[in-house]
Design a protein around this ligand. Structure first.
Ligand code: KG4
Ligand code: ZN
Length: 414
């Protein structure tokens, strides 16, 4: 099992230190959405292999992920992807110390493929099985790379923004003796930020997934050309019971609130998507959008030049203004939460954390407040299994293993 030494996590009031490093090889498996991924990570801090088989090309014609197709593709890819991850890590099925797999949130059918395969491996090989929350995985992608760069000290509390195609969540994270604890202090009331990127790209005929395309096109437009007012969230979130509190005034987050009812910092991105749609209609851009959609669909892998050749100045300005609004809103609300909770460190992670303008804005605004901000590399921002294996490591140390009958949780919370 755990091949060497023991590990000690030394807790101080606001710092932690990894004092002894064991060598435990965890095989991580991730299949929550449209990426079949497997990775081997040593002791939660060294990525030995990281294989991601993307289904983007398959879902592209539909402008989004088709759940049934995703499950089938995971079934086809899971065995070769895991084999490749083991081979690249120079490991075998029997040499790894544990198998970790994403339990949720995600598409139920897609999750089941990874879970069934992980269970079969753990059962046949008599290895511990570890169930990981995908959102915790995104947070551990930051830690993993921090440790890889030799950063072994972290100031707490940490505020983590997980911003992806399915989530825009803010967590206050602490490290306790037996693992991490998370308190959700904000989430999107409707569309996730990545979803807004994808939907706007689709309605402009730019293809899927929208985030990376808009990221590359935005610098070519004027981000001040159009103004999208930030979402106002004044009502309680009825979906969320006790968690649902009205959003505070961003500048006076705890005004008139008893301390036991901490402020919330929720997001909303469906309004901006509708505003873009209205703009397209009001400006008679529909026909041009359809021409662009058809032309780009006929190019196997459009380059930046291909996109630019199909976008006029008005479209580029729209793309740039949309991105700027989303980025400013994400950074503004997150930093307001950081002030309200007096956090010591900021994490920004998830697919949208790959966005160049988002990184620049967070770096600039966090620096202005003297707050250290950490992102995963672009490769570990989007879905991968290294983050799952890394998040499993504290659970491996505390022997927090999953029973063989655990199931996928499509709406799993952190
Ligand atoms: O974390 P992820 O791979 O999957 C989910 O857990 O959802 O995130 C995928 C999302 C998609 O919405 C994609 O458009 C967005 O992340 N994304 C980006 C960028 N790269 C990926 N959004 C903005 N800029 C990017 N560079
Ligand atoms: Zn994700």
């Amino acid at each position: 099992m755990c091949r060497q030494l023991a590990v000690g996590l030394q807790l101080e009031t606001r710092n932690w230190k990894l004092v002894t490093v064991p060598f435990a090889y965890i095989l991580g498996i991730e299949s929550s959405c449209d990426e079949t991924a497997a990775a081997v990570v040593r002791s939660g801090e060294q990525v030995i292999s990281n294989v991601v088989a993307s289904q983007i090309a398959m879902h592209q014609p539909y402008g989004g992920v088709v759940p049934e197709l995703a499950s089938r593709e995971h079934l086809r890819a899971i065995v070769p992807v895991v084999r490749q991850a083991l081979a690249e890590a120079k490991q075998t099925y029997s040499s790894v110390d544990a198998i970790a797999v994403t339990q949720g949130p995600g598409l139920a059918g897609a999750l089941m493929v990874g879970i069934s395969y992980a269970k079969a491996l753990a059962f046949a090989l008599d290895k511990p099985l570890i169930a990981v929350n995908h959102l915790e995985g995104h947070i551990h992608a930051v830690l993993l790379e921090g440790r890889q760069k030799g950063i072994h000290e972290l100031q707490f509390p940490v505020l983590a923004l997980v911003v992806s195609g399915g989530h825009t969540h803010l967590y206050l994270a602490e490290q306790k003796a037996d693992g991490w604890t998370y308190e959700n202090v904000g989430h999107t009331r409707d569309d996730a930020a990545g979803e807004a990127f994808d939907k706007v790209a689709k309605l402009l005929g730019l293809g899927y997934p929208g985030g990376p395309i808009i990221d590359r096109l935005a610098p070519q437009g004027d981000p001040r050309a159009m103004k999208f007012p930030p979402a106002q969230i004044k009502h309680r979130d009825r979906r969320d019971g006790a968690q649902g509190r009205a959003e505070p005034d961003a500048d006076r987050p705890d005004a008139d609130r008893p301390h036991k009812d901490p402020p919330r910092f929720d997001f909303s991105y469906s309004g901006i998507k509708t505003a873009v749609l209205r703009y397209v209609e009001a400006q008679d851009m529909r026909a041009a959008v359809e021409r662009r959609r058809n032309s780009l669909a006929s190019i196997a892998k459009p380059t930046l030049e291909d996109y630019l050749a199909h976008c006029d100045t008005q479209t580029l300005n729209l793309v740039a203004s949309f991105q700027r609004s989303i980025v400013e809103d994400l950074a503004g609300r997150t930093l307001a939460a950081a002030r309200a909770f007096d956090v010591a460190t900021l994490f920004v992670t998830g697919g949208v954390a790959a966005n160049s303008e988002l990184r620049r804005t967070f770096e600039r605004d966090a620096a202005a407040e003297g707050l250290p901000v950490y992102f995963p590399s672009r490769r570990l921002s989007t879905d991968n299994a290294a983050m799952i294996a890394a998040a499993a490591y504290p659970k491996f140390l505390s022997k927090d293993f999953a029973p063989m009958d655990f199931s996928a949780e499509a709406g799993m919370r952190l």
